[in-house]
Design a protein around this ligand. Structure first.
Ligand code: N01
Length: 484
């Protein structure tokens, strides 16, 4: 006879994915859920990244939970603070805060006797039937391996550790890096700086981003006719998934050609041929995550701005010394040097069945099964696990798809007379072989250094179309799982 068990579930992380997971678990009738969050506020990446100019580069009406439309977005692409407010609003509406334990960093998770024993920075938290990790991908700041930072006499900080008390007005500002973060900062601060120096190691492809305020009439229309807002959500998701995502994995060559053309045309708007040459990448469009910007080229052409491509040798008390011997005198240094993307939920110590740790399992690169589960780690479900679709499209949509897949497995635990479920090692092996076989078709494998590929050559992202991802997430292949 089938019995319904009362499950106790831990979610790790109160960012966009963790909030969504809690809401959906409750909807499914699973109420004994705790979210452990190491910070003292929810919001994840949108809490941590509050640098000037922080904006989502996915259009606002496509960057929201499927179940929480929002007619009030102020701009075509929402500023980070507005997304954080949206997450807070959704959390309030669904009474999420009551389930969050702030200031609890999960340090250990041990699978013993069919349960996960969770320990946080505040001590043991007891046994859980299942764990959902919602710890984000772009989370651990990466600091440059350049000597002398401690010698610098001014202010220096990473973009995700922004110092709000540092006034940038009239300062000599240096920014290291030319990723999405640095380009957004450039547009936002160049005008108030006495001088603005951008240190570029690798040029980036940039596509122009349609931006601007959403007119009041459109907001009113969306309030009055939510079905139109829904169509807009579906249109943006479709555009991103069938065109952009497909172009990157080699499934839509026409969309890819168009993307290349748009980027080249945008680069042509740089007037000075020398500067244009410096800004011209020597690899394929999309190999590194594409940058979308409304104003980067315009900003870097301002008279007080300089693009430095000489290699940085070291930091000194007065600024940054480049390999040509020049000292770039600075008051503030911003490290827009990205994130350790392959670390995922670690340094948390996770020990699965038979005492094998996640660190041991992932010694030669992160691998799972369909990005959500890992063999040997029963009842452990990842939102944002290895090979999740990560790119220029809505993370919220990816997270919801992954959670819906995990929920089907969790419901089996609840209703299926079983106490553990994990992917079969051979199923995971086949999945990872397929990932490796598909990688050469993608633009990420065309020869560039990017955070998509780890030091072993493994791809962190999903190498197929987003449609295939949605299809794979729609129903588990039950034969690929072992149960106890
Ligand atoms: O980081 P990055 P990011 N010396 O890793 C350079 C998301 N995001 O924070 O290319 C000199 O892209 C490095 O140079 P190189 C988005 O997914 C989203 O900008 O390695 N330079 C590179 O230029 C994005 O992809 C939004 O040669 C050094 C830069 O630092 C991801 O976050 C907005 C260096 C790092 O670029 C990360 O973006 C912002 C060194 N030692 C971010 N070390 C949205 O709009 C590193 N660099 C949604």
């Amino acid at each position: 006879m089938t019995e319904t068990r009362k499950l106790r579930i831990a979610i790790i992380g109160a960012g966009a994915s963790g909030i969504m997971a809690l809401i959906k678990l409750r909807e499914a009738g699973i109420g004994d859920v705790t979210i452990y969050e190491k910070a003292d506020m929810l919001g994840g990446t949108w809490r941590d990244n509050r640098y000037p100019g922080v904006t989502c580069d996915v259009p606002s009406h496509g960057y929201r939970y499927s179940f929480e439309p929002n007619a009030e977005w102020s701009r075509v692409c929402a500023p980070g603070a507005e997304i954080l407010d949206y997450l807070k609003y959704v959390a309030r509406k669904h009474d999420v805060e009551a389930a969050i334990r702030y200031g609890h960093e999960v340090v250990r998770a041990d699978y013993r006797d069919g349960k996960w024993q969770i320990e946080t920075s505040k001590g043991p938290q007891g046994a859980f039937d299942a764990v959902i990790t919602a710890t984000g991908v772009l989370h651990h700041p990466s600091y440059p391996d350049i000597p002398g930072l401690e010698d610098f006499a001014g202010e220096a900080f990473h973009t995700s550790r922004w110092k709000d008390d540092v006034d940038l007005k009239g300062k000599r500002i240096g920014v290291i890096g030319t990723g999405s973060t640095a380009t957004q900062i450039t547009g936002a601060v160049v005008d108030e700086a006495a001088s603005y120096t951008l240190f570029q190691r690798t040029a980036q492809w940039i596509a122009p981003l349609p931006q601007g305020p959403i007119p009041e009439e459109q907001k009113a229309l969306f309030r009055a006719r939510p079905e139109l807002m829904q169509s807009e959500y579906e249109r943006i998701s479709h555009e991103n998934n069938s065109k952009f995502a497909a172009a990157i994995v080699g499934a839509n060559p026409r969309a890819y050609e168009k993307l290349v053309e748009v980027c080249r045309d945008y680069l042509e708007t740089v007037r000075d041929p020398l500067l244009r040459a410096k800004l011209t990448p020597d690899y394929s469009v999309g190999c590194k995550r594409l940058i979308l910007s409304e104003n980067f080229y315009e900003a870097i052409q301002k008279p007080n701005a300089e693009l430095v491509t000489e290699r940085i040798e070291r930091f000194e008390a007065g600024g940054i010394r480049t390999a040509d011997g020049r000292l770039h005198e600075l008051d503030v240094i911003v490290l827009a040097t990205g994130f350790n993307t392959h670390q995922l939920m670690r340094p948390m110590e996770v020990t699965g069945r038979n005492g094998k740790t996640l660190n041991e399992t992932w010694e030669k690169g992160n691998e799972g099964y369909l990005a959500v589960t890992v063999p040997g780690f029963p009842n452990w479900f990842m939102i944002g696990g290895p090979n999740s679709p990560i790119g220029n499209f809505s993370w919220l949509l990816t997270a919801e798809n992954q959670f819906n897949f995990a929920l089907k497995l969790i419901l089996r635990l609840r209703d299926g007379n079983i106490s553990e479920i994990a992917p079969k090692p051979e199923a995971a092996k086949a999945f990872n072989e397929a990932v490796r076989a598909k990688l050469p078709d993608t633009v990420w494998a065309t020869g560039c250094k990017s955070w998509y590929i780890d030091k072993f050559g493994n791809i962190a992202s999903w190498p197929w179309t987003f449609e295939k991802f949605q299809e794979d997430m729609s129903e588990p292949v039950w034969d690929d799982f072992e149960v106890a």
